[in-house]
Ligand binder design. Structure first.
Ligand code: NAD
Length: 290
């Protein structure tokens, strides 16, 4: 397949490399990042999209996606599919899908879970919104870049699934970290805490798979000085997207709102920028009750 790939950063580069590895012809464009080996470099996003059957975007946010889509859509051949894998707001995803449909193109919002490790290993999970026809076209590529692709529904459904998942992630990370900090102050050994909670009703992905306490549980960014992993500012971005969406549809999400406020303080005032999102634990460790 001929594929255009726009946005070759931490996630996009390994995803594009996996498509090349599987024998696809990939033409890439990024404003700053270099093309990975085997990807042909285009001079513009439009050039990368010209003649492609599928154009994949992996960009920082919705505003950039809208700008890139405005350039790419007129360059695409009718029947081709624009597949955005970035995490963006639901409105941007729906607006881009509408523009693509008007131009006779398929469109998918297909954000991912699994991080840079999953992108490199080809084990991402894709949550996908768009038509069944567009999903069927891109499904073989999802199978190369990931281990699972769920067709969640109409345009925007993929982004909806992503921000709901990550709202749970932010909330449970905070809950796990504050529980460890409380356990410390109660004199409970962290390894015992892990042993109990990871096999009791408080278990979660943040406790069992990504434990925020160094030296406890499986290896995680906590064992590497809280180097990301999944950076606190990316968690904040996703929590803000969840609150933007909650406001738009008048959903009551008090825990998501609290989590967004706490990560905003952590990132913007308390030195959390550039650290893994599990560094909430040393933050709580050093604090007194407010
Ligand atoms: P990144 O900043 O490493 O990569 C984004 C790339 O887009 C950069 O290389 C940048 O130069 C390029 N870019 C920006 N504007 C552009 C434009 N107009 N035209 C072409 N290229 C442009 O970010 P990332 O970590 O690769 O994340 C990409 C997306 O994936 C984000 O939406 C993020 O929320 C999401 N995501 C990231 C992770 C993760 O762990 N890093 C996990 C899941 C989802």
């Amino acid at each position: 397949m001929k594929i255009g790939f726009i946005g070759l950063g931490n996630m996009g580069a390994p995803m594009a490399a996996n498509l090349v590895q599987a024998g696809h012809e990939v033409v890439g464009f990024d404003l700053a990042a270099p093309c990975p080996a085997g990807v042909t470099k285009a001079a513009t996003a439009g050039e990368a999209a010209t003649g492609a059957e599928v154009v994949i975007t992996m960009l920082p946010n919705g505003a950039i996606l809208r700008a890139v889509a405005a350039e790419v859509i007129p360059a695409m051949v009718p029947g081709a599919v624009l597949c955005d894998c970035s995490t963006v707001d639901v409105e941007s995803a729906r607006a881009v899908a509408e523009q693509a449909a008007k131009a006779g193109l398929g469109a998918l919002d297909a954000p991912v879970s699994g991080g840079v490790g999953g992108a490199t290993a080809g084990t991402l999970t894709f949550m996908v919104g768009g038509t069944a026809e567009a999903f069927a076209t891109v499904e073989p590529l999802f199978a190369i870049m990931g281990q699972k692709a769920v067709h969640c529904g109409a345009p925007g459904a993929g982004q909806a699934a992503k921000i709901c998942n990550n709202m749970i992630l932010g909330v449970t990370m905070i809950a796990t970290c504050e529980a460890f900090a409380l356990a410390d102050k109660l004199g409970l050994d962290r390894a015992k805490m892990f042993d109990v909670v990871s096999t009791s009703s408080g278990y979660s992905w943040t406790m069992n798979a990504y434990c925020p306490a160094p030296g406890v549980g499986p290896k995680s960014p906590a064992d590497n000085g809280y180097k990301p992993g999944f950076a606190a500012e990316l968690m904040l971005k996703d929590l803000r997207l969840s609150q933007q969406a909650a406001e738009a549809v008048d959903a009551d999400t008090p825990m998501g709102q609290q989590a967004a406020a706490l990560y905003a303080r952590f990132v913007e005032e308390e030195g959390g920028k550039g650290m893994d999102f599990s560094a909430m634990l040393p933050r709580f460790e050093n604090r007194s009750r407010e």
